[in-house]
Write a protein that binds this ligand. Structure first.
Ligand code: FAD
Length: 324
C-alpha cells in the first residue's frame, strides 16, 4: 500500500531553512514509488514560501496561517497542524533536528502515538529495511535504527543529508491554504523574539566555520577570527571555554551542550579538543586545527594541523586569502 509522508518545513525571517529541504530529501529517500510527500508550513503570510516550496517534488504544500503562529509555540502549532494530520494520516513525519524540531517532533510523535528516531545523519537501505543512522555518546558511536511500525517521526541533523532539488520539469505542486488561530492556553508567548547572532550566516548552516577557544584570550581576540570567517563567507563559532570566559555569547557555543555543526571546513583556533566540543563539530568534512600545543587532542581528529600561535597564524591566513 502506498504511503504518505509529511515534512514540517522550517523557515526563518521569510526564508526556508536549508534543513527543510534536507528533510524533504530524507522523506524522498525513504519513500517508494507511488508514495506521496506533502509539506506543511506554519506561520504568517506564507504565500512566498509556499510558492518556493511548491517548486520541489511534492504532492501538495499546506500553508497554515494564523497570527498565533507568528512565533513557534508547541500548543498552537500542534493544534493548527491537527486537522492536516487527521486528514492526511501520514505514515511518516520529517523535521529538522533544530531547536524547533527537537521540541515539536516529540509532541507530534506523542499525538500520533508514533515512534521517533532523532538526530539522523544518514539513511541507508538494507533490502526492504530502511535504516536511520544516528550518532551516540557525543559522536563516539554510530547506531543504525529501524522502525517496526507506522507512523514514524524522524528528525534530521542539519547539513548532513543533501538538500532536495527543485523539480526538473518546472511544474509546481498544488498549494492548499488553511487558516488557524488557536491561541495557546498553557504557555504565554512573549511577542518578541530577541535573536543573538554574530553574523548574517547561520552557524548551523554555514559551509565554513572559524571557531575560537580559550586560547583566543579575549573578546578582542575574536576579531581576526571574524575577519577570516567574513572573508571566507563563513560563520564564527566558539568552544564553551571561550563562552564561559565571556569572550563571546553562548549563541556561538559548539558542542554537546551547544550547537552541532557539520560544515565543509572547520577551523579550530586555540581549542584543545575536549570530547564535549568534538560532539558538536566532529562531523565536519575537513578540520583544520591551530594550536600552540602539539599535544592538544584536537590534532587527533584534525585533517590539517598547524602548531603555532593563532595570533600569528590567523593574520597570515587572512593575508593569503586576500591575495587569492
Ligand atoms: P582549553 O581546554 O583551555 O584549551 C585552550 C587551548 O588553546 C589549549 O589547547 C591551548 O594550547 C590553546 N592555546 C592557548 N593560547 C594559544 C595561542 N595563542 N595560539 C594557539 N593556541 C593557543 N565544551 C564545548 O566546547 N562545548 C560544549 O558544548 C561543552 N559542553 C560541556 C558539557 C559538559 C557536561 C561538560 C562537563 C563540559 C562541556 N564542555 C563543552 C567543556 C569542555 O569539557 C572543555 O572544558 C572546553 O571545550 C574547553 O574549551 P577550550 O578548548 O576553548 O579551552
Amino acid at each position: 500500500m502506498s504511503k504518505t509522508y509529511l515534512i514540517v518545513a522550517e523557515h526563518r525571517d521569510g526564508k526556508l531553512r536549508r534543513v527543510a529541504l534536507e528533510a524533504l530529501r530524507a522523506a524522498a529517500d525513504v519513500a517508494d514509488e507511488g508514495d506521496a510527500i506533502h509539506a506543511a508550513l506554519l506561520g504568517e503570510r506564507l504565500d512566498g514560501l509556499a510558492a518556493e516550496l511548491a517548486a520541489y517534488p511534492l504532492a501538495q504544500v499546506h500553508a497554515i496561517e494564523g497570527e498565533a503562529l507568528r512565533h513557534y509555540n508547541p500548543e498552537a502549532y500542534a493544534r493548527a497542524l491537527d486537522p492536516l494530520l487527521q486528514s492526511l494520516r501520514p505514515d511518516g513525519l520529517f523535521l529538522g533536528h533544530t531547536a524547533f524540531g527537537r521540541d515539536f517532533a516529540p509532541a507530534l510523535a506523542a499525538k500520533l502515538s508514533a515512534g521517533q528516531i532523532s538526530d539522523v545523519i544518514a539513511i541507508e537501505r538494507d533490502g526492504d529495511e530502511t535504516l536511520f543512522v544516528r550518532p551516540l555518546y557525543a559522536g563516539k558511536a554510530i547506531e543504525r535504527r529501524a522502525f517496526t511500525a507506522y507512523p514514524q517521526v524522524v528528525t534530521i541533523r542539519p547539513s548532513n543529508l543533501p538538500a532536495a532539488e527543485p523539480r526538473a520539469d518546472g511544474l509546481a505542486a498544488d498549494i492548499a491554504k488553511r487558516s488557524a488561530d488557536h491561541a495557546a492556553d498553557l504557555r504565554t508567548v512573549v511577542r518578541e523574539v530577541v535573536r543573538k547572532t554574530a553574523g548574517a550566516i547561520d552557524l548551523t548552516e554555514a559551509r565554513i566555520v572559524v571557531a575560537g577557544g580559550r586560547g583566543v584570550k579575549s573578546a578582542a581576540g575574536f576579531r581576526p577570527l571574524e575577519e577570516l570567517a567574513e572573508l571566507l563567507g563563513g560563520a564564527v563559532g566558539a568552544s564553551r571555554g571561550a563562552c564561559d570566559a565571556g569572550y563571546c555569547g553562548y549563541g556561538l557555543q559548539i558542542g554537546q551542550t551547544g550547537k552541532v555543526v557539520t560544515p565543509e571546513i572547520y577551523i579550530a583556533c586555540g581549542i584543545s579538543g575536549a570530547i564535549q566540543h568534538l560532539a558538536g563539530m566532529s562531523g565536519s568534512r575537513i578540520i583544520v586545527a591551530i594550536n600552540k600545543d602539539p599535544e592538544a587532542p584536537i590534532f587527533g581528529i584534525a585533517d590539517y594541523g598547524i602548531v603555532g600561535d593563532l595570533f600569528e597564524v590567523v593574520p597570515l591566513l587572512i593575508q593569503a586569502f586576500r591575495k587569492a
